[in-house]
Structure formats: structure tokens, C-alpha cells
Design a protein around this ligand. Structure first.
Ligand SMILES: [Zn+2]
Length: 152
């Protein structure tokens, strides 16, 4: 069985993130987050054509991964972001700092439903990173930029 937790070295930062500089320190490991997300993406279960991988980073530096799991009844599909957040919660963490989402697509960001989950655990300041090809440019957003009128 594949592990739901990534093995990136980000976890060596055991301190709680308390400032923007600490957050920047954690985000200095985006390449490791991307590698974890692309790795778990390979285990996606897709009926459509888009495999998605996600790595969720917590304030204590732990990383949790998830892929999309699609169902014949498409309304039951589990998106990669929700899968990663679910694994994070199951692992005893609820303080989301950053999500790296990867897929081989020209244009995408997390969907509205996933953003609901991102806001729930990471708030509007949660960093959302998107990479559209292995080794490609990484787009950086705050959740609040992707849903600027989210109710508070
Ligand atoms: Zn989604």
C-alpha cells in the first residue's frame, strides 16, 4: 500500500510556523513539494483524462499527499486536494500552510469545492502552488486571490 505521507525533508522543520519568514523558509522547499505531488499523481485513479497530485504542507513542516480518485458516479470523485487534506487530518494535523497541486494541463487552479476545503484549514493566506509540467514554472497564489470574495 502506498503511503499517504510524503517523505520530503521539509519535515525536519519541527517548529511551528509563527512568522512570514518562517513561512518563507518552508516554502523554500517547493521542489520537494512538487516531487511529492508528481509522485502521488502517478497513483491517481482516473476515468476522465486528468491525473492530479497534491502535497499539503502543515505549519509544523509535515507533508501529506493525495491524488484524484474518480468514481463511475462522477459526483463521488475525490479531488487530489481534498484527498491530501483528508490525509493531513487523519494524520493529526489541521493547520494547513501550503498546497502544491500538479497536473499535466495548460490551465487549472483548484476548483471551488477544493478551495472551500483550503479555506477551512488554511484560510485566505494559505499558499497555493500550481505546476503544470514536471520541472516547469510554479505559479504562486494565496487562496484569497483565487476566491477574493470568499465569505468570512
Ligand atoms: Zn477540486
Amino acid at each position: 500500500m502506498a503511503p499517504c505521507r510524503g517523505t520530503t525533508s521539509i519535515a525536519r522543520y519541527g517548529e511551528r510556523v509563527t512568522s512570514e519568514s518562517d513561512r518563507d523558509l518552508l516554502l523554500g522547499h517547493t521542489a520537494e513539494l512538487a516531487a511529492a505531488a508528481w509522485d502521488v499523481r502517478e497513483r491517481s485513479r482516473v476515468i476522465g483524462r486528468t491525473k492530479v497530485g497534491c502535497a499539503a504542507l502543515t505549519s509544523t513542516g509535515t507533508t501529506w499527499v493525495g491524488c484524484n480518485v474518480e468514481h463511475a458516479f462522477r459526483s463521488h470523485d475525490i479531488h487530489a486536494e481534498v484527498n491530501a487534506i483528508g490525509n493531513m487530518v487523519a494524520g493529526g494535523h489541521q493547520d494547513l500552510v501550503c498546497l502544491m497541486v500538479v497536473a499535466d494541463r495548460d490551465r487549472f487552479t483548484p476548483c471551488g469545492s477544493c478551495l472551500d476545503w483550503i479555506f477551512e484549514f488554511g484560510g485566505e493566506e494559505c499558499v497555493v502552488l500550481v505546476q503544470r509540467q514536471v520541472g516547469g514554472d510554479i505559479s504562486t497564489y494565496r487562496a484569497g486571490e483565487l476566491m477574493p470574495f470568499y465569505p468570512r
